[in-house]
Design a protein around this ligand. Structure first.
Ligand SMILES: C[S@@+](CC[C@H](N)C(=O)[O-])C[C@H]1O[C@@H](n2cnc3c(N)ncnc32)[C@H](O)[C@@H]1O
Length: 336
């Protein structure tokens, strides 16, 4: 939520917002040609006499010194305090080293103090199982972890304790949407609550986006998000993508965002891709193995009679000291 203020009134309005406690100091102020966009914590800010609008904001770096001094943890553990955390809607998600676990509540409270828009802070105990759901424990604030996350103007209703959602993939989703051509059939094999599918439906002109997920909670949120964003070209399917890909039309583009096990589905996906179609493939592996994995997939495809080309390979994010998540765009050149 932002207050849209003409630039010449910016300084005066900023002072009032600060005095009244409306300004969200954890986010950077946005700018357009003639306006400043102040991130605000309450709709009451509108009473100042400016327009309230929806917008995305960049996080400010955590005010590390304030946060360290605020957290009631033994002095010798202060240097272990995390310097970053994820935010989904108004839920903060933080990982802690073993030694800080007894002080999780104190860390959560300190984070809420320096980041006022956090309604809840939850401890991240890792992503688990086939459905990739995060094991979360609320350590400060409200008990509910259901929230609405804003991403490039899309609204995603999500409960990160029940379904997978990664706010760090926003730019990757926007990149994929920018590649989609008019009339394409897109299959999002591991759609979750729909962030790739809905971004594509909102920013491109596909004829159909098939969004599949095995987690019934994810499909429930996906349906609500389709409505919330009026993304009518997205058709939700609950089920195993391995089967669903054979029940839906062949695709111009297939998204495979299941980095731990997408390899197991690659063969099936390839048989459902049109000539000149693209697979967006996400894979976690040792950093020095990524090139070999891509070569092996191209060789396997050749064995199937498919000429495949890796058009783009990007190291998307670090997963562990030696492993990363890679994003690969494969194009099916032709059948050989
Ligand atoms: C890493 S998450 C990605 C979710 C979504 N694309 C996103 O960016 O937020 C992978 C998703 O695949 C789903 N999943 C796991 N195995 C599946 C299968 N065999 N068929 C369909 N979906 C599956 C999980 O439930 C989870 O929502």
């Amino acid at each position: 939520m932002a207050l849209k203020v003409p630039k010449e009134k910016g300084e005066a309005v900023r002072k009032i917002l600060l005095e009244k406690g409306y300004l969200d100091i954890s986010l950077k102020v946005g700018r357009s040609d003639k306006h400043l966009l102040f991130p605000v914590l309450s709709e009451d800010a509108e009473n100042i006499g400016c327009e309230l609008v929806e917008d995305d904001f960049e996080e400010r770096a955590l005010a590390e010194t304030d946060y360290r001094s605020l957290a009631h943890v033994p002095g010798e553990l202060k240097e272990l305090l995390p310097t970053s955390f994820d935010v989904i809607g108004d839920v903060g998600i933080v990982k802690l080293p073993e030694a800080l676990l007894p002080y999780a509540k104190q860390v959560g409270e300190a984070l809420r103090q320096v980041t006022p828009r956090l309604r809840t802070v939850a401890l991240d105990k890792g992503v688990k199982g086939e459905l990739r759901v995060r094991d979360l424990e609320v350590i400060a604030g409200d008990r509910s972890t259901e929230t609405t996350h804003l991403e490039y103007g899309n609204r995603f209703l999500v409960d990160p304790a029940k379904v997978y959602f990664n706010p760090r993939l926003a730019n990757e989703r926007r990149r994929i949407a920018s590649l989609v051509k008019q009339g394409e059939v897109v299959v999002d094999m591991f759609a979750g609550v729909g962030p790739f599918s809905i971004m594509i439906a909102r920013y491109a002109l596909p004829s159909l986006v098939v969004a599949v997920d095995l987690n019934p909670d994810a499909v429930e949120y996906l349906k609500r998000n389709i409505e919330l964003n009026k993304a009518n070209r997205v058709v939700p399917y609950e089920g195993d993508a391995r089967q669903v890909v054979f029940d839906v039309p062949c695709a111009d583009r297939i998204i495979m965002n299941l980095p731990h096990s997408a390899l197991d589905f690659f063969h099936d996906a390839l048989t459902r891709l049109k000539v000149q179609g693209t697979i967006h493939f996400y894979h976690i592996c040792e950093r020095d193995q990524a090139g070999q994995v891509v070569k092996d997939l191209i060789a396997d495809a050749k064995g199937m009679g498919v000429m495949l080309k890796a058009k783009r390979i990007e190291e998307l994010k670090t997963y562990s000291p030696s492993m990363s998540v890679f994003s690969v765009d494969f194009v099916l050149v032709d059948w050989c």
